[in-house]
Design a protein around this ligand. Structure first.
Ligand SMILES: Cc1cc2nc3c(=O)[nH]c(=O)nc-3n(C[C@H](O)[C@H](O)[C@H](O)COP(=O)(O)OP(=O)(O)OC[C@H]3O[C@@H](n4cnc5c(N)ncnc54)[C@H](O)[C@@H]3O)c2cc1C
Length: 284
């Protein structure tokens, strides 16, 4: 429009506070990343996409968000490669479109429950300490803390980790999904209202998930998707020297070693969190 004046784009160097870990933007960087991914990541995607320790996903979400790559091009080029990895990747891209369709039909779902469960979330005063610990990655649950620190440092988080920290906030800590969604939108480099809000609702059980009361256990998830603790040790240096069998449950270490770790005690007992959630949802 004629009335809109153009402004020069600031260069990366002009912006303060940017993490050096943020990926490069633009079409050229997007295409390079895509070509690299098709060459070296796609074939193993079906087997490795949930593996937290490795780098088993494309990390193309920021480019899809900003439009520097198109989903149609991704589908076409993945299918040219073919194989089970390509089909698994295309299925994941479909989630993106699915959420766009849901929000187009129900725009209010960006701020209100898609399917209400009549939750009475804990209020900001009651939950303030827990929310701060969650945001800062010091809940005392290593996988949750690793993921929240990765988000702060890289502006990105693995999908499996997003599911876990969202379940932890909304179910184990019983805090409103909008509190978590806002924090994600503040920090995610791929953050967009559609995929963020609807995935948060999925995890909170107020969205399209067919198992709305499922609660993810951070210890079980850690042992399954980060069995040797590589991911936790990368982001939680306090646990760098802890053996794999304790790395997801440092509270099981002998007391004198635990006390020397400078790592917090769990903010909540998992069984108590689960009981509170079940009671709130009328399922006890
Ligand atoms: C609580 C929560 C919040 C999320 N917020 C966002 C967000 O703000 N923006 C965003 O793009 N994605 C969001 N996601 C979805 C997903 O986590 C990311 O798209 C994915 O982790 C991006 O990494 P990738 O590009 O390596 O994914 P890949 O595994 O390589 O998948 C390829 C592409 O498929 C799409 N995709 C994959 N999984 C999903 C999904 N569950 N929903 C929608 N699209 C998906 C993405 O565009 C992704 O880039 C969220 C998920 C959760 C559980």
């Amino acid at each position: 429009p004629e009335a809109v004046r153009g402004e020069p784009l600031p260069s990366r160097d002009d912006l303060s506070g940017l993490s050096p870990a943020l990926p490069a933007g633009g079409e050229k960087a997007g295409r390079e990343r895509l070509s690299r991914w098709l060459r070296s990541g796609l074939a193993a995607y079906e087997d490795r996409h949930d593996d937290l320790g490795g780098d088993g996903t494309s990390r193309l979400s920021p480019h899809l968000h900003f439009g520097t790559l198109s989903p149609v091009e991704l589908v076409r080029r993945a299918r040219e490669h073919g194989g089970a990895g390509a089909e698994a990747f295309v299925r994941q891209l479909c989630w993106r479109d699915f959420h766009h369709q849901v929000l187009a039909a129900r725009p209010d779902a960006s701020v209100r429950d898609y399917r209400t469960r009549d939750d009475h979330w804990r209020g900001p005063d009651e939950a303030a300490g827990d929310v701060a610990a969650w945001r800062e990655g010091r809940t005392g649950y290593p996988l949750v803390d690793a993921a929240m620190r990765q988000l702060r440092h890289e502006g990105w988080m693995h999908n499996r980790a997003r599911l876990l920290v969202a379940s932890f906030l909304t179910k184990t800590l019983y805090v409103d999904w909008r509190t978590g969604a806002r924090h994600f939108l503040d920090l995610l480099v791929d953050g967009d209202v559609v995929n963020n809000q609807l995935n948060w609702q999925w995890a909170a059980g107020t969205g399209t998930d067919t198992r709305p009361h499922r609660v993810l256990n951070p210890v079980v998830q850690g042992k399954r998707y980060d069995p040797d603790g590589t991911y936790v040790r990368r982001w939680v240096p306090e646990l760098r020297d802890v053996e794999a069998r304790f790395v997801h449950e440092p509270w099981r270490l002998p007391e004198e070693r635990r006390a020397g770790l400078a790592y917090p005690h769990p903010v909540v007992d998992l069984a108590e969190g689960l009981a509170r959630f079940k009671h709130a949802r009328g399922r006890d």
